[in-house]
Design a protein around this ligand. Structure first.
Ligand SMILES: [Zn+2]
Length: 384
């Protein structure tokens, strides 16, 4: 029985300003299993996940009072105070670090190398022993780090909370999108299939085995895949289900959605044994997982005004125009419009809003398709 609220204090970056703080809620006994870690708004302008956690937190407080937290649950409702503070010209930005221009969800610390050095020669047939050794090595590697600035400190301190978890969920959102998930193929169908069913994911995309760029959920997941590749003779399971959950579009924030999403997350935590209770029957899976190499991304070829033909969630087929970019300076009417077509059959799970200014190279839609696309092979880059 322990709910505690603590704060991670980041170093101050400028004279006269205090260090920013990250609020962290802990439930259950430290070291109890399973350990679940949930965070929202690393892209600080993506708040639907924070809304879900706003509704989940009182449920966890009540479960804790009743002694029902069996594992350990850590919740960080808004993990990025640096991004939260990015107010500019009456807009809230929150996606890229002003100092280094880094996307806040890239370049997380890949601990695999440091962990390999620490566990070399110590891994064997026992999955349990291997998991414990790898987690201890990862925490030791983080403890040895001496971050210099506030963003580095944020990354090190947050990974200390997540890297030894059994479940790490990073809550994001898109512009205009269905509820979708990014996972590792190593977790599918298994643990990620259960998560997808419980939260009602309408599309699930898997990296095989992990994303090339270092997203938060990517580094938490890739640790296990990389160690398994490095030590093939040792028994190294995928010990952490790490996933990015995209809670629809940026403005899909309401108490009804937040409450439903919190109920679903809670039921998933019950199903995984972190909270006592009965989860009931697993909801029907809404969509099979599809490969990242089968995900078509549409790019704007030129600058202009963006207008869509297809709504989010639409089934599209190869060759179908999804949207167009209008050159406002061109007087030729329809000839001023450039169509951007689907290059696969699938579900249009993500797009922008009508009327947005488009620029060359901007991602304007994403389609989840099951066929591997030659133009996507080896490309797992996405602007999540
Ligand atoms: Zn995001």
């Amino acid at each position: 029985m322990a709910h505690s609220k603590l704060a991670i204090v980041l170093p101050s970056m400028t004279p006269g300003s205090a260090g920013r703080r990250i609020a962290v809620h802990r439930f259950g006994r430290a070291g109890a299993r399973p350990k679940a870690y949930l965070q929202a708004a690393i892209h600080a302008n993506e708040l639907p996940g924070a809304m879900a956690l706003h509704h989940l937190l009182p449920m966890l407080v009540q479960a804790d009072r009743r002694g029902r937290i069996k594992g350990e649950v850590i919740v960080v409702p808004t993990v990025n105070p640096i991004g939260l503070s990015q107010l500019a010209g009456n807009n809230h930005l929150g996606r890229y670090d002003f100092l280094g221009r880094d996307n806040f969800n890239r370049n997380w610390i890949d601990l695999a190398g440091a962990v390999c050095e620490r566990v070399e020669g110590r891994l064997g047939r026992s999955a349990g022993d291997n998991i414990a050794a790898i987690r201890a090595a990862a925490l030791a590697a983080l403890a040895a780090m001496k971050p210099m600035n506030e963003l580095q400190t944020l990354r090190v301190e947050v990974l200390k909370l997540s890297i030894d978890a059994d479940i790490a969920l990073d809550l994001h959102c898109d512009n205009e999108a269905l509820l979708h998930l990014f996972i590792s193929r190593r977790d599918w169908p298994g643990a990620a299939g259960v998560l997808a069913a419980d939260i009602g994911a309408q599309a699930t995309l898997y990296n095989d085995p992990y994303p090339e760029h270092l997203t938060f959920s990517g580094v938490n997941s890739a640790l296990w895949a990389r160690l398994a590749q490095r030590f093939p003779a040792a028994n190294i399971p995928q010990a952490c289900l790490s996933a990015t959950i995209e809670y629809r579009g940026q403005h899909d924030v309401s108490h009804a959605l937040g409450e439903a999403d919190a109920n679903n997350l809670y039921r998933f935590l019950v199903r995984r044994g972190a909270i006592a209770g009965r989860a009931g029957e697993l909801p029907r899976l809404k969509a099979e997982a599809t490969p990242m190499a089968g995900m078509d991304a549409g790019y704007s070829p030129k600058p202009g005004i963006l207008v869509y033909h297809a709504a989010k969630g639409a089934k599209v087929s190869k060759g179908m125009p999804v949207c167009e970019v209008i050159d406002p300076a061109d007087a030729r009417g329809p000839k001023a419009r450039t169509q951007i077509v689907a290059r696969t059959d699938g579900i249009l799970f993500s797009r922008k809003l009508d009327g947005k200014l488009a620029w060359p190279g901007m991602v304007v839609f994403r389609i989840a398709g099951s066929k591997i696309l030659a133009h996507r092979k080896g490309m797992t880059n996405l602007d999540d």
